[in-house]
Ligand binder design. Structure first.
Ligand code: RIB
Length: 304
């Protein structure tokens, strides 16, 4: 059985809930404030660990109160933190989130996440069958160094290019599975894509990004499910009808679950179906990392 290695961000999410989002320049009264562990890297690692994968997170925290709380939370979720270091030069990553009607806006201040270096990813020993995961809340040269090592070891690489940022073909060539949402796909392809567009339009856009016959692109479409584009026809795994209360971290849940399943040796279609079910649980709970489901919860959804 393979293991999951996530090189990525760790944030404290400061979440304000309100009846609606403020417009630019406007102040609205909120209803509550929460401090939830988050960060795309940490969320993906927690999802994989709670779903049973041996999971190691590579990242950085500040030497502040958030750093201590985040470390304690991640350890309690079963994530191996041997490669999470503390940096006195920067604060722990912090995300300011506004949540209204289950939809969020996020401003993320990287702090220590911006210091995660190629040296940080040079020590963990990856092997064939492992899965290496990253996202765009740590520097891109670090991700390239991580994936180069992963590829050399025979591990599978998964990139979640979020938040959306341009990147070169050098990095894309190191990616086995690219997981992105429609906004990120639109950004990277320069196409105007809308929620309501036909799956074929997303599939065409995704195909234009593919760099090799073996590369797989997964486009997460929120409640519509996920579209997988490989060598053959695109396949759509339909979303599950649930009442969402907070979609923060749902994409991360999907990525972490996908990685955990692939590390366990499941096929891509099996892993996608499983990850889709996991994400449907995540959106029904508040918070990012705390809303990741267990394998028993996903199994119950898949039995329904
Ligand atoms: O993907 C959700 C995450 O994005 C949040 O947990 C927040 O920290 C931001 O990084």
């Amino acid at each position: 059985m393979g293991r999951v290695f996530v090189a990525g961000s760790i944030n404290m999410d400061v979440v304000a809930t309100a009846g609606r989002h403020p417009r630019v320049g406007e102040t609205v009264a909120g209803t509550a404030v929460h401090y939830f562990p988050g960060g795309k890297g940490a969320n993906q690692a927690v999802a994989a660990a709670k779903l049973g994968a041996s999971t190691t997170l590579i990242g950085r925290l500040g030497t502040d109160a958030f750093g201590l709380q985040l470390r304690a939370f991640l350890a309690a979720q079963g994530v191996n933190l041997d490669f999470v270091t503390d940096s006195a030069e920067a604060h722990s990553g912090t995300a300011i989130i506004t949540l209204a009607d289950a939809d969020n806006t996020i401003v993320v201040v990287p702090g220590a996440n911006a210091l995660v270096s190629a040296e940080d990813v040079s020590t963990p020993a990856l092997a064939k069958g492992d899965v290496a995961v990253s996202q765009f809340e740590i520097p891109q040269p670090t991700i390239a160094a991580f994936f180069t090592r992963a590829r050399a070891a025979g591990a599978t690489t998964i990139l979640n290019p979020a938040p959306a940022a341009m990147f070169g073909t050098g990095l894309l060539d190191l990616v086995d599975i690219l997981v992105l949402n429609e906004t990120e796909l639109g950004f990277l392809t320069g196409l105007e894509l809308r929620d309501s567009d036909e799956p074929a339009k997303f599939a065409g856009a995704a195909r234009s990004l593919r760099r090799s016959p073996s590369q797989i692109i997964c486009v997460t479409l929120g409640k519509r499910g996920v579209l997988a584009i490989g060598d053959g026809d695109a396949s759509l795994i339909a979303g599950r009808a649930v009442k969402a209360v907070d979609t923060t971290g749902a994409g991360d849940c999907f990525v972490g679950a996908l990685a955990a399943q692939l590390a366990e040796g499941h096929t891509i279609p099996e892993a996608l179906n499983y990850a889709n079910a996991a994400a449907s649980i995540c959106v029904q709970r508040m918070g990012a990392a705390p809303s990741m489901p267990t394998s028993a919860e996903v199994a119950a959804v898949l039995r329904d």
